[in-house]
Design a protein around this ligand. Structure first.
Ligand code: MN
Length: 256
C-alpha cells in the first residue's frame, strides 16, 4: 500500500505530521504538501507561476516535498512527478478545523482528495473540529482506524470520503455516522476596520453558526452531536433532475 499524504494547512502544520506518522503502519507514506497555508483555496490550480518544490526534513530526516502551490497542485505533482510510484490511496489532512456542509466547496483539504479521485485514486479528507485545542495525536489514531476500515471495506477509484472528527480534547466521540452533506449556507460575519490611511477594509471573522439542529442526518448535525462523520462525495456537479426537465423544454434541432 502506497499512500500519498497532503493537506491545505501547509507541510509544517501539526496535523499532517500526525497523519503521516499515524498511517505508516498501513503502508509506505509519502508527503507532498503546500509550502504555506492554503485553507480556503478550494480546487485552485497553478499554471501562471512555477511550482517550486523543496525537500523538507524534520529533525534531520526527510519528511516530504513542499510545493509552492495549492493542495490540488500537490496531488497532481505528487502523482505525476514526485512520488516514487503511483499512490494507491491519497489522504488529505488532518485539517485544523471541520470541513462539513458547504465547507467542502471552499476547502483545500477536500479539493486535494477530489483531485485524487479525478486521477482515479481513492481518497479520504480528514478534518478535526475544535472547541479551542486540537489533539492531533488522538486524531491521528482515529485517522488510522478510519483509513484502515476504508481499506478493509475496499474503496474503489473515484471514491472520496469526507471525514470529520469531533473535538477530541474533551472526550471520546459518540460513534461513527455515515451522513449526507448539509447545504446550509454560511452566515458570514465581517469585521469592518480602518487602515492607517482611513480606508475601510473587511476581514471575514466568522462563518457563523449554521442551524444544524433540524438536520441530524447531515454532517453538520451529526458532528455537532459529537459523532465522527463520513460523507462520500461526488464531483459530477450535474443536477440530473433539472437536466431532464431542461432537455425536454430547451433542446432544439436545426437553426431557428
Ligand atoms: Mn486548512
Amino acid at each position: 500500500m502506497h499512500i500519498l499524504v497532503t493537506n491545505d494547512d501547509g507541510i509544517l502544520a501539526p496535523g499532517i505530521k500526525a497523519l503521516a506518522e499515524a498511517l505508516r503502519p498501513l503502508g509506505e507514506v509519502e508527503v507532498v504538501a503546500p509550502d504555506t497555508g492554503q485553507s480556503g483555496a478550494g480546487h485552485a490550480v497553478t499554471f501562471l507561476t512555477p511550482l517550486i518544490c523543496e525537500r523538507i526534513s524534520l529533525r534531520g530526516e526527510f519528511f516530504g516535498w513542499s510545493v509552492a502551490g495549492s493542495p490540488a497542485d500537490c496531488v497532481k505533482l505528487g502523482v505525476r512527478e514526485l512520488c516514487r510510484r503511483r499512490p494507491d490511496l491519497v489522504v488529505s489532512g488532518i485539517n485544523a478545523g471541520a470541513n462539513r456542509g458547504v465547507d467542502v466547496i471552499y476547502s483545500g483539504t477536500v479539493a486535494a482528495a477530489v483531485e485524487a479521485a479525478f486521477i482515479g485514486i481513492p481518497s479520504l479528507a480528514i478534518s478535526l473540529a475544535s472547541r479551542g485545542g486540537f489533539d492531533f495525536e488522538r486524531a491521528g489514531q482515529w485517522a488510522r482506524r478510519i483509513v484502515g476500515r476504508a481499506l478493509e471495506l475496499g474503496i474503489a477509484p473515484g471514491t472520496v470520503l469526507n471525514v470529520n472528527l469531533p473535538p477530541l480534547d474533551r472526550g471520546e466521540p459518540q460513534g461513527v455516522r455515515v451522513v449526507r452533506q448539509s447545504t446550509a449556507p454560511w452566515t458570514d460575519v465581517y469585521d469592518r476596520r480602518e487602515d492607517p490611511r482611513g480606508r475601510s477594509y473587511f476581514w471575514l471573522a466568522d462563518s457563523g453558526e449554521r442551524d444544524a439542529s433540524r438536520e441530524p442526518d447531515t454532517d453538520l448535525g451529526a458532528l455537532r452531536a459529537g459523532f465522527v462523520t463520513i460523507t462520500p462525495l461526488q464531483y459530477d456537479l450535474t443536477e440530473y433532475r433539472r437536466l431532464r426537465w431542461l432537455e425536454r423544454h430547451w433542446n432544439e434541432e436545426g437553426a431557428p
